[in-house]
Write a protein that binds this ligand. Structure first.
Ligand code: HEC
Ligand code: HEC
Ligand code: HEC
Length: 282
């Protein structure tokens, strides 16, 4: 929430800007209201009654657990009060996931909170629990690698790298992100680097790139879309013995915007994050 009388910038004194999302917040989302600009969560007013999905141990000496009357928890869409979309004052959709979740059986929770080893609490013995580290572009992205496949097709005079995004939303969502495909050839111990391929969505105003709060339109969009298989062709004739090393990764903040945001000394903003690596030998 914006601090009253303030512009959109974060305010360290505003708890809605600094607090993480508490257990009791998510586990009490009762309803999600859909709005044009962004959705809102309706939080249950019943104290210490938490919604969940696990019917086997729906008892706790500390609080109530309701496991059968909350559809949002069950269908994995409990996230979309915050993550479905965000439109700015121009009505431009700055960032959106896909709440229709066209994937077979997969949803926000099954992909981003996969089942991991370990019991749910020390009061019940269970083999697994839902990962609460929210795998994403900052952390634990290795847990999401399996939803993006990289393959290579060799032709006579060239080769094609295919990126198969099996995600129900674009590969990256925040408009400041830039995905990069890096390809190099190892030829008899020597490395030949080919030109980087960039995937991004540029938003702007009056034909020029602009920050998310100032942009009124999409100028260019080469980001890999939901369920898209993107092919990138390289005019390079592969010979027997060559190895092709392919790396797909991203910058969280577009290197062209880093200085403007005064983030040039912030490592997480300037580092290249390696998401998936694949090698092909011929
Ligand atoms: C961003 C929302 C969110 C937050 C924050 C959150 N949870 Fe969850 N939690 C979920 C969802 C969604 C599930 C159901 C996962 C599933 O369907 O398998 C879940 C499942 C659980 C379960 C059931 C067992 C399991 O499968 O893991 C427990 C227990 C739990 N959460 C405790 C907590 C505690 C304790 C915290 C705070 C430290 C917390 N949760 C914070 C969304 C959240
Ligand atoms: C109350 C609002 C809220 C809810 C509900 C919520 N999130 Fe988030 N989520 C956020 C915010 C805010 C951030 C950014 C946190 C930050 O920058 O520190 C975030 C970050 C993330 C990220 C990390 C993205 C990155 O850049 O690495 C993932 C993944 C994510 N959430 C998934 C989920 C999933 C899955 C659910 C549902 C179980 C969920 N969230 C529910 C508000 C929410
Ligand atoms: C089939 C698996 C899958 C489903 C379903 C899915 N995601 Fe993702 N999500 C991914 C992958 C893969 C990425 C990109 C890799 C990464 O960020 O680590 C990603 C990235 C994200 C990010 C970070 C984007 C960024 O620009 O930093 C957020 C936030 C997110 N997903 C939220 C959601 C929400 C909310 C839903 C449900 C509406 C959802 N996802 C459904 C696999 C999935």
């Amino acid at each position: 929430m914006k601090t009253k009388g303030q512009k959109a910038l974060p305010d360290v004194k505003n708890t809605t800007h600094t607090d993480g999302i508490a257990c009791a917040y998510c586990h009490r989302i009762q309803k999600i209201e859909k709005h044009k600009k962004f959705n809102t969560n309706i939080i249950s007013t019943e104290e210490k009654n938490y919604f969940g999905t696990r019917k086997e141990h729906a008892k706790s000496p500390f609080h109530k657990i309701s496991t059968n009357n909350n559809k949002l928890m069950q269908n994995g869409n409990v996230c979309i009060g915050c993550h479905s979309h965000k439109a700015n004052k121009f009505g431009l959709n700055v960032c959106s996931t896909n709440i229709a979740n066209e994937m077979d059986g997969a949803n926000c929770v099954s992909c981003h909170m996969p089942k991991v080893k370990g019991s749910v609490s020390d009061m019940t013995q269970r083999k697994t629990h839902a990962f609460h580290g929210f795998a994403g572009s900052h952390f634990h992205s290795d847990m999401l690698q399996k939803y993006v496949n990289i393959s290579l097709l060799r032709e006579i005079d060239d080769f094609i790298v295919n990126i198969d995004n099996q995600t129900s939303h674009a590969l990256l969502l925040h408009p400041l992100r830039v995905a990069v495909l890096k390809v190099s050839i190892n030829k008899a111990g020597k490395t030949i680097k080919l030109k980087d391929e960039i995937f991004l969505r540029v938003i702007g105003h009056d034909g020029k790139p602009a920050m998310p709060w100032k942009a009124s339109t999409t100028l260019r969009d080469t980001m890999i879309k939901a369920n898209e298989k993107r092919s990138v062709k390289y005019n390079f004739s592969l010979q027997k013995g060559d190895r092709v090393d392919v790396v797909l990764g991203w910058y969280l903040v577009n290197p062209k915007a880093v200085k403007k945001l005064n983030l040039q000394n912030t490592k997480i903003a300037t580092d290249f994050i390696e998401f998936k690596k694949e090698s092909f030998e011929f």
